[in-house]
Design a protein around this ligand. Sequence first.
Ligand SMILES: *Cc1c(COP(=O)(O)O)cnc(C)c1O
Length: 479
Amino acid sequence: MKLVFELTRSGRGMSVLPGCDVPEYELDACWLHAEPPALPEVAEVDLDRHYRALSKEAFGVCDGFYPLGSCTMKYNPRVNEEAASLPGFVQLHPLQPESTVQGALEVLHTAGKLLGEITGMDAVTLQPAAGAHGEFTGVLLIKAYHEAAGDTARTKIIVPDSAHGTNPATATMVGFTTVNVPSNEEGGVDLDALRAAVGPDTAGLMLTNPNTLGIFDPNIEEITRIVHEAGGLCYYDGANLNPIMGIVRPGDMGFDCVHLNLHKTFSTPHGGGGPGAAAVGCKDFLAPFLPGPLVEQEGDSYRFVQPAQSIGRVKAFYGNFGVIVRALAYVLALGREGIPEAARMAVVNANYLMKRLEGAYHMAYPRPCMHEFVIDVGPLKEETGVSALDVAKRLLDFGIHPPTMYFPLIVHEALMVEPTETESRETLDAAADIFLRVYEEAREDGERLHGAPFTKRIGRPDETAAARNPLVRWMPGDE
Ligand SMILES: *Cc1c(COP(=O)(O)O)cnc(C)c1O
C-alpha cells in the first residue's frame, strides 16, 4: 500500500478551510518557515479511498472476535460516543468560571459518587489518564499517608507474581522497593510467603484481582488482614472490574485504595494508546491526600475543592473528561441490574470457552475462572514443537485476534484468553472450533505452523525492532 505522500501530485487537493473572518495578522519572520511544509496534495476521492483502505488493514472489535486477555476492550456502546461528543461538553473551556460549567461538574461529581459506590470507596478522583497512572496516584496516596504519620521506615511494596506488570513498575516509580510474593498451587497468593514478607518496612500491598491467571483469590480477606496487621495499606488493581462489578466490592474486602480503568470496563475504546482514564477510589482516611481539585456538591450547585494535604495534580485540569462522560453513561444505562448481569456474563463466557477447549489444550489452572483463563501451550509444544506464538499467528488466518501471549510470565507458553461479556454463544462456539482446528493442525503438521499466518500481508515482523524503533514519521526524501 502506498503512503499518502506517494499519492501526491502537485496542484491536486481540495480546500476545506473556510475563509478567514478575522483580521489577518502578520507573524514576525522568526516564527515562519522558510519553505511551506511538504504536505500531501491528494484529491478528495483518492484521500477518502486511502483512509478507507488503511482502516481495513486494522483489526478491531467491530471486525471479529478479539479475546485479548487482561487489556481487553470490553463493551463500548456506540451511543456513549454521542454522549461524549455533545456540543455542550466538547465546547467547554477548562478555564471557564465554575458557575458556567455546572453541568460538567455534576458529571464529575455523579461519576465519582457512582464509581465510589461500585468499589466501596468513600472518595474518588477522576484525574489520572490511564490505569498505570491511577496506580501511581494511589500508591502516592499510600506514601503520603505514611509520611504524614511520620512513618518513614515503610519503604517496601509487596507485589504477588500474578500481578499485572504495571504493579511492580508503579511501586518502583513511586520510589518503593518491590517485594515479590509467589503464587500457590491454586494460582492465589501464597499466604505463608506473604506472612514472611510483611513487617515494619511494609508500606503496602498491590493486588491485581482477579489476577492475571483469571483467578479471584479465595483468601482475599486474609490477605488484607495480614497486611493491615503489619501496618501496611492495601491497593486493589481493578483495571478489569468487569467480572466482579455489582457483585463484590474491593472496599468490603479490606482494600484502602483502588483504581478502575474506565477505558476497559467502562465503555471507552482504547486501541492505539488512548485517551483513557482511571478512577482512583480511596477510604476516608486517604481522601485528604487525593489530587485536587475534587468536585463538591453544595445544595443545588457544585464547586471545586482542594483536599487538605493533596499530593498535587497528576494531570492538567480535570482528567480526560470525555472518557468520564462515557463511563457515567455506561453506569447509568446498565444500572443496578445491568452491571452485575454484565459481570456474570463475563464469567459465564470465559468458563464456557475454557470448558470447550479443555479436552485439547492444557489449562494452566484447570478450575473455574473469572473473566479470563490461561492456556498453557507448553505440553503441545513438547509434543509437536508448536508454540504459543505459532498458535496465535495461525488464529489470524481465521479472523481471530490472538489472545495475549507470553503473559503472565509465570506460565511460559501462555495464551491468555478473555472472550468478554458481550459475545454470543454462536461466536464462542465458532471461536472454539477454530482453536480446536489449530490444535489438530499442530498435531498433524507442526512444522507448517511455524510459517503462519499464511493470509496476511505481514506475518512475523521483528517485534522488538517494531516496538523499539518504530518508523512512524515520513520525511521528504525517505524511501
Ligand atoms: C491494563 C491494565 C493495567 C494498566 O492500564 P493502562 O491504562 O494500560 O496503564 C493495570 N492493571 C491491569 C490488571 C490491567 O489489565
